[in-house]
Structures are given as C-alpha cells and as structure tokens.
Design a protein around this ligand. Structure first.
Ligand code: NAD
Length: 264
C-alpha cells in the first residue's frame, strides 16, 4: 500500500463482480488511499456491488444505465449530494449483442452497431460531460479498450470498431479537457476472463494464444491493470493525456508466433 491517492475521490463505473477489471482498479486505488463511489447497472448487480464497495470502505453505490441520459444525470446529482468534487473517473463499460461477437464483422446489424457504439463509446463522452463540471485541474479519467481496435482479432468484430472510436474519443476529450488540467487516457488491456469477455467467441483460445505469444509469456490480471490505472489516475501520470497505454504483457509489439510457442 502507498499514499498516491490520499485525499482523492473517484467514481468507478462498470463493476459487475470481483472478476471485473473495475474491481482490480478499485482495489489499487483504495489501497493507495482513495475514497471511492461506485455505479452499477440494474438491480441484479446491486447485490454484488454493494458488498464489494463496502469492503473498500465505500457507502456511495448508485445506479446508472449509461444508455439513458437521465440515468447519468441522476448519478451525478447523487454524487454531488455526497461530494463537492471528484478527482478521477474510471469507465470500465462496454456492451454488444453476443450473437455478433462471433462469425463475420460484415454481418453486423445496424441496430447492434448503433447500440454497441452508444454504450461502449458515447457513454464515456456523456460521463465526461458531467464529470468535467465536478473536476478541478489535476483530474484524471481512464477508460478500457482492447487491441482489437488496432488489428483484426477473431470474433471481436463490431467491438473492435467501437474500441477504435473510443480511442479516438479519448484523444478528442484529452484536447477539450486538457485546457482545464484534466487528463483522459485509455488502458488497452490484454484478454482477461470476465463476464463481458465470456460473450466473445473462442475466448479461451484467444487467452491461450496471448499467454504463449506475449513477451512476458503470460496473461495479465486485473491487478496488473489496476496498478497501471493507478499511475494514470494519480499525479504520477501528470504529464500523460490522450494516450492508449497497453497493459497486455507486451502482446501488441509482437509480429509473429513465438518460436517456443506450441501449436494449440
Ligand atoms: P465486466 O462484465 O466485469 O464489466 C462490464 C461492465 O459493463 C459491467 O459492470 C456491466 O454492468 C457494464 N455495462 C454494460 N452495459 C452497461 C450500461 N448500459 N450501463 C452501465 N453499465 C453497463 O467485464 P470487463 O472485462 O471488466 O469489462 C470492463 C471494460 O474492459 C469493458 O469496456 C471491456 O470492453 C474492457 N476490456 C476487457 C477486456 C477483457 O479481456 N476482459 C480486455 C480489454 C478491454
């Protein structure tokens, strides 16, 4: 534990359970002294998120469906009742119909394309519109992306297109909010077995491939992602904005199958 986040207050969005990337980030921030608030989607998740929040000393647990503008407004109104400002935001939210996270990208439907972009891309911008008003210079936000934004990955399909748009939106948000001293970055995480990932076709194969072929010859954990998020969310990252930072055991630098990797 350290004091990197002492005196800082942050909102964590996208916690579903203790396998969530949001949980790895929340733990790293709490361990560093941050005070946390959590949002959850739907009543079913409240039962999970409540106790997890409590275990990190947080009693601010508010509902938010990012597909609904009024719900985002209500989240920030609820937050304002508790806190006069926030120092950081974590956006760990993405969604697509899992029937389109397999097969061919070309078969993506208009309706699922629009929904995937709305929930996985626009929601971050919508959240930052509200968060900006509660943030002072030194504020920092992090969203989660994946290498499928940069290269074609099997089954990632419309989510790859959405993540490319999310990474572009991080750059535009960094410029707009940078004038007020607020930083905006993305972490491109390697594959991790979470609820959202279980919807992706052949996910076990993708994890195995990354484990065998990444420079570190392993997969990353939510605590690897949490540690890097801590750097970007704390003052350690004070000169970094608009960046997509890979936390993927180095997989994105690799050009070919590793010489020692067995066939799978
Ligand atoms: P997860 O299932 O634990 O978290 C996804 C969260 O998104 C859930 O908490 C869910 O409630 C929330 N969500 C979905 N639709 C929502 C809505 N309309 N309103 C509010 N919340 C909504 O899975 P995760 O893997 O921790 O996902 C977090 C982020 O990390 C996602 O953006 C995902 O694309 C990204 N990511 C995941 C991996 C991976 O391999 N797991 C890799 C790179 C990036």
């Amino acid at each position: 534990s350290n004091n990197l986040m002492a005196g800082k207050r942050g909102l964590i969005m996208g916690l579903a359970n203790d396998k969530s990337i949001a949980w790895g980030i929340a733990k790293a921030c709490a361990d560093a002294g941050a005070e946390l608030a959590f949002s959850y989607q739907g009543d079913a998740l409240k039962k999970r998120v409540g106790p997890l929040a409590e275990s990190l000393g947080s009693d601010i647990v508010l509902p938010c469906d990012v597909a609904d503008e009024a719900s985002i407004d209500a989240l920030f109104e609820g937050l304002k009742e508790k806190w006069d400002g926030i120092d950081f935001v974590v956006h760990a939210i993405g969604f697509s119909d899992k029937s389109e996270l397999r097969g061919r990208y070309v078969d993506t439907s208009r309706a699922n394309f629009a929904m995937s972009m709305d929930i996985s891309v626009y929601s971050f911008t919508a959240v930052m519109q509200r968060a900006e008003k509660m943030m002072k210079p030194g504020g920092s936000a992090v969203t989660l992306t994946y290498y499928g934004a940069e290269r074609v990955m099997p089954h990632y399909n419309v989510m790859g297109v959405a993540k490319a748009a999310l990474e572009a939106s991080v750059r535009y948000l960094a410029e707009d909010l940078g004038r007020d001293g607020i930083r905006v970055n993305a972490i491109s995480a390697g594959p991790i077995k979470t609820l959202a990932a279980s919807g992706i076709g052949d996910f076990r194969y993708i994890m195995k491939w990354n484990e065998l072929n990444s420079p570190l010859r392993r997969n990353v954990t939510t605590s690897d992602v949490g540690n890097s998020a801590l750097y970007l969310l704390s003052d350690l990252g004070s000169g970094v904005t608009g960046e997509t930072h890979h936390v993927d055991a180095g997989y994105h630098i690799v050009g070919m199958k590793a010489p020692d990797a067995p066939d799978i």
